[in-house]
Design a protein around this ligand. Structure first.
Ligand SMILES: [Cu+2]
Length: 138
């Protein structure tokens, strides 16, 4: 009886020892991805900044609730074509209402004319006010 208890205890300690080893191994494995983890982030596109344009065709694409580019520089009176590549309608509407595409259905395009007055015009989507862009006329 005494012996039995002793072996049982031994098995238990052996098992415990194994568990701590496993825990240490797991901790070591968890530590490795944390070292390399920071390099896999950064999904934002860097192409969404200012686009210098001529008087030719100026295009804005809406994709994933983002205007591409979100900052656009054009000459006064330029015609700008806005294409909606999302599956929900969007607008491109100046905050001061100086231009407005109205609702653009999914997959459709609309045009608007840049103001004749130089300046910086912030615009948004009236359906999704968290969408923003800036049109610079100069
Ligand atoms: Cu929208």
């Amino acid at each position: 009886m005494k012996f039995r208890v002793l072996t049982k205890f031994r098995v238990l300690t052996k098992f415990r020892h194994r568990r701590t080893q496993a825990a240490l191994l797991a901790a070591a494995l968890c530590f490795l991805p944390s070292l390399t983890g920071c390099s896999s982030s950064g999904g934002g596109s860097s192409s969404n900044t200012t686009a210098a344009t001529s008087n030719g065709a100026v295009k804005v694409t809406i994709q994933n609730f983002i205007y591409h580019p979100s900052a656009l520089k054009v000459s006064p009176g330029t015609t700008i074509t806005v294409t909606n590549q999302d599956s929900t309608p969007h607008t491109l509407t100046a905050n001061d209402k100086s231009f407005d595409t109205g609702n653009i259905a999914p997959g459709k395009s609309a045009t608007f004319t840049a103001p004749s007055k130089s300046g910086t015009y912030a615009y948004t989507c009236t359906i999704h006010p968290n969408m923003h862009g800036v049109l610079t006329v100069s």
